[in-house]
Design a protein around this ligand. Structure first.
Ligand code: AMP
Length: 239
């Protein structure tokens, strides 16, 4: 399929590939693009917004998503390859991480399986890897904006056999050097992590420990995280 100059051809293309998620902000499709397994993320207009404002915001989000992915990849942080971007229809064509599972599913199935080691011991390495990759991402001043265990994929490495951690869904990401923004990023992850995976407080602490050990700038971020936690606790006491 020719995608150049494509505002007409793109809707036809999207009609032919598989819709895998209909979100509030975007639709996600899976298909083949130039012979490669591809994920297409299409941001659609929000009809309740003024069209000009909507266009501006949607454009900005698309630019930010692509910018963050490229910045991560340049720094050696695994994120999908960006194959193609169409700023008219707000579509991003991304590498499909074939054969991957979400960290969410991996943790859930490990917690269910009845092996001899405790789940925390078996997930120890993964927690470390997550802490390290997030520290690296924050050192590049990329704030993800929606850190959850569903937005991290695990993929078997082609040669080493070691599993690779791939970050996805940078739709709410932005570039910031502020420790507060990074602290809130970690707080969002903590909330999502502990509510999705019961009894994983020790595991999350391992993640934070690895985060702190991997980044020179982590001290200020952890300090902000503690402040945000405290604010959160006070709010829930009042409420
Ligand atoms: P998203 O809205 O970007 O979080 O995508 C929704 C779901 O599609 C994710 O939870 C993943 O299971 C899957 N997904 C998104 N991007 C990719 C990708 N690049 N490779 C493989 N699966 C993906």
């Amino acid at each position: 399929m020719a995608v150049e100059g494509t505002s007409v051809a793109l809707p036809q293309f999207l009609n032919k590939i598989q819709l895998i998620k209909q979100g509030a902000e975007a639709r996600v499709y899976r298909g083949s693009f130039l012979g490669k397994p591809t994920i297409v993320k299409e941001r659609f207009p929000k009809l309740y917004r003024h069209p000009l404002l909507d266009e501006k915001l949607t454009h900005r989000r698309t630019v930010q998503e692509v910018r963050s992915i490229l910045r991560c990849r340049k720094a050696g942080i695994s994120a999908p390859v960006v194959y193609f971007v169409d700023y008219t229809s707000h579509c991003i064509f991304l590498e499909d991480i074939v054969g991957s599972i979400t960290v969410r599913d991996h943790i859930a199935s490990t917690q269910l399986s009845s092996a001899q080691k405790s789940p925390v011991e078996r997930l120890d390495q993964l927690a470390q890897k997550m802490g390290q990759i997030l520290a690296k991402m924050h050192d590049e001043d990329v704030v993800h904006g929606d850190l959850t265990t569903s937005n991290m994929l695990l993929k078997a490495g082609a040669e080493s056999g070691e599993t690779e951690l791939v970050l996805i869904d940078f739709g709410l990401s932005y570039i910031s050097a502020l420790p507060e923004d990074k602290g809130v990023d970690m707080y969002v992850l903590e909330k999502a992590f502990l509510s999705t995976h019961p009894n994983t407080e020790a595991l999350f602490e391992k993640l934070l420990k690895a985060y702190a050990a991997s980044s020179k700038k982590s001290h200020a971020v952890i300090k902000k995280l503690d402040e945000v936690r405290l604010r959160g606790r006070k709010r829930s006491m009042v409420g």
